[in-house]
Design a protein around this ligand. Sequence first.
Ligand code: KG4
Ligand code: ZN
Length: 358
Amino acid sequence: MRILAIETSCDDTALALVEASGTTTAPKFKILKSVISSQIDVHRPWGGVVPNLAKREHIKNLPKIFGTLKIKKSEKIDALCVTVGPGLEPALWAGISFAKEIHAVIKKENKNIKLIGVNHLEGHLYSFLLAQKTEYLVSNLSEPTFVRADFQFSKQKLFPAIALIASGGHTILLKMDSLVKWKRLGETRDDAVGESFDKVAKMLGFPYPGGPEIQRIAENGDKKAIQFPSPMIGTKDYNFSYSGLKTSVLYYLRDHPKVRKEDIAASFQEAALRVLVKKTERAVNEFGAKSIFLSGGVAANKELRRKFSLISEELNIRFIAPPQSFNTDNAVMIAVAGYMNILRKKNRKLVADGTMTI
Ligand code: KG4
Ligand code: ZN
């Protein structure tokens, strides 16, 4: 089945064409085309994403990007998948309206084309499926890419698994019994982990998005220099909280204006990541998990990947995270989640839902 997917939940306009086949226990994906247009330069002067600016940019970029996919009339598309939430509602609406327009045009030729609403978080969750590649030709997704992702993991007894979605909007821990059955164990009570990276970076005078900047300067810092708190690290539940850590950094900076930024960044990063690793490890032990799946923008963080590699080696379980280009928002993961929904005969209303959860 050939899927055209559209993602506009935040500040990336992304489209992808993916060939999907297989079942819910052994799906296969081949990425035919994938394009991401980042709006970072538009939002940077504002220090964060401005919803209506995002919408305006999506509306401008969607037809342009669609044009670059150069989809031929003879190229049959079986389903159109579009993110309907969670995210910024004006931005989501831009994608949904565009999907409806394209759907109406293609429907004239192909009456059976499906239009599927996709949960962005399911997209992140499933992005680990893109970790196994036999062909991988990209470092920059602005060029068409060719990736095969055969889910051969299924033969390797990966479940139960613990999945962590760590992004700019979410911090969610899940227990997965299969690719289609999961339970939410916990989530953040306030800020998301990526959001705390962005806010601390701003305090240190670094541009948006802050995660990559913090990671970069933390490499030259001492992570033991300052003992920042890791909120909720000792609580018995699987919830998180990041607003207290952010406030601690703010007060520390106020009281120690001359401290090295590198040390602040490294110590903050350590405090922020420590909780993620600790709670994931506890869930692995409690549920006898055989693997850890990591996704979302913060999954791009090298230190976090290193920590998860270490604990999974210690626990003798698998650790799977998608390649760097599929950690942050992209449309390939929306095609993957859309395909899994089609297999499960699930669809969502084509209405933007900013607070949809998983
Ligand atoms: O998944 P994503 O692209 O968008 C959302 O769905 O939120 O995640 C973006 C978030 C931002 O907060 C960004 O600062 C963070 O991911 N991020 C990182 C890194 N790269 C991106 N955080 C820490 N370290 C990184 N290397
Ligand atoms: Zn995302």
